[in-house]
Design a protein around this ligand. Structure first.
Ligand SMILES: [Zn+2]
Length: 408
């Protein structure tokens, strides 16, 4: 059975913690600077300044039990370029720093920026160390860039906490919070996938559409639904098969899988006694048992190998609840196949999708290469599982190490 639904609020809700604008008053330190030459701000100076500023900031964090902050090299490099390219760094608008940072670093879950000016180095560092954001546990990195302007110095500082981009490798390695760009609407949002996750339908908080179907395999690895297909094939007697109609061939393959596999709830074979896991098609065949998604994947894999246009549907069945089943096309008709049937299978067991619509509500579909999502009217998509208009397709690209989802 398919369980679990997860989506998290957008990253936008985080961010924007503290603004502190250019100090206009020329205090004591400002007057002093009239008589003191400004230092040459080269790379060595920048590094020394940053190191001192971080020491002071961390000294302020320590008594509050907040972990020390460190430099984020990428944000640091961005900041240096941003200041260097600005015609008048003393007048930098913090909002433009924010907007550019958010575009360049979509994983920046928290961001704070501060622009301080003074006539001397020590005062800049004190201002940064006294900044509210400096002591906040929301941030774990701090980056600074110093500039000189006229007889004054300034420092632009950014504190941030970044989360990594979502990938199956990262989810399996560590789990946690990730950012992701929705393949449907393009918005960047945060999501959480724990290493111990069960079946997960990942949804976008902006457009509400699911964009990924993940499940743990029997070894505890999180995989994408199409990865459970293995190209499993049941050999058919070619001379006998040629005498059969498509419907009869489907029934014969379905019967062999029903004969081979018993229905078995996940709890009986899961790795820790209660975790929902999915089996690869060969695994279900060899175990001679599986629950609804296991036998659906096996049956669909065998039907695809036999040349039939087939998909696994996960969704809701009026009698059962959360469920998985198979849909196959033959002779221009779409049939719903109940892979958990233990009875004798006959042509009468083939139920056209239009007749099953009252009981079967598909929510997501998948085959060997694709995931399908719908935002159509349910009266329509319950009756047609193959329409490219009703079902948006995301294809799983396996050219890299990690399968990527994209529109094809
Ligand atoms: Zn979206």
């Amino acid at each position: 059975m398919v369980r679990g639904l997860l989506c998290f609020g957008g990253i936008l809700a985080a961010a924007l913690i503290a603004f502190s604008y250019v100090s206009k008053e020329a205090g004591e330190s400002g007057l002093l600077s009239l008589f003191r030459p400004l230092p040459e701000v080269n790379e060595t100076y920048q590094r020394g300044f940053r190191s001192d500023a971080i020491s002071r900031i961390n000294a302020a964090r320590l008594p509050l039990n907040v972990d020390g902050a460190r430099v984020d090299d990428e944000i640091q490099a961005f900041l240096a370029r941003f200041v260097e390219q600005h015609p008048n760094p003393g007048e930098i608008e913090l909002e433009s720093v924010f907007n550019t940072l958010q575009l360049k670093f979509p994983g920046a879950q928290y961001l704070a920026a501060n622009l301080v000016t003074s006539g001397e180095r020590e005062s800049l560092i004190s201002k940064l160390a006294g900044w509210t954001a400096a002591a906040s546990p929301d941030f774990d990195t701090v980056n600074t860039t110093v500039f000189t302007q006229g007889r004054r110095m300034g420092a632009l500082a950014v504190m941030a906490r970044r989360i990594p981009a979502f990938s199956l490798e990262a989810a399996n390695e560590k789990g946690g919070r990730f950012f992701n760009e929705c393949p449907h609407c393009g918005e960047v949002h945060a999501l959480e996938v724990e290493k111990e996750s069960r079946t997960l339908i990942l949804s976008c908080p902006y457009c509400d559409l699911p964009f990924d179907v993940l499940a743990a395999d029997t070894k505890g690895q999180i995989r994408r639904a199409p990865d459970f297909f293995e190209g499993f094939r049941l050999l058919e007697d070619p001379s006998a098969a040629s005498q059969l109609s498509d419907e009869e061939r489907i029934v014969a393959l379905w019967q062999r899988i029903t004969d081979q596999c018993e229905y078995q709830l996940d709890q009986d074979h899961s790795i820790d006694g209660e975790r929902e896991v999915w089996k690869h098609s060969r695994e279900t065949w060899d175990d001679k048992a599986g629950d609804c998604e296991d036998t659906s994947i096996l049956l669909a894999d065998a039907l695809i190998s036999a040349g039939f246009d087939t998909r696994v549907a996960i969704g809701w069945n009026g009698n059962i609840g959360q469920h998985a089943w198979v849909v196959v096309k033959a002779g221009g008709i779409q049939y719903v196949l109940e892979s958990t049937l233990q009875d004798e299978i006959s042509l009468a067991s083939l139920v056209p999708a239009v007749d099953a619509a009252a009981f079967y509500q598909p929510e997501q579909l998948f085959d060997r290469e694709n995931l399908y999502f719908t935002r159509a009217d349910e009266a329509a998509f319950r009756r047609d599982y193959f329409s490219p208009v009703l079902w948006e397709r995301l294809s799983v690209q396996r050219d890299g190490k990690s399968p990527q989802l994209s529109f094809r």
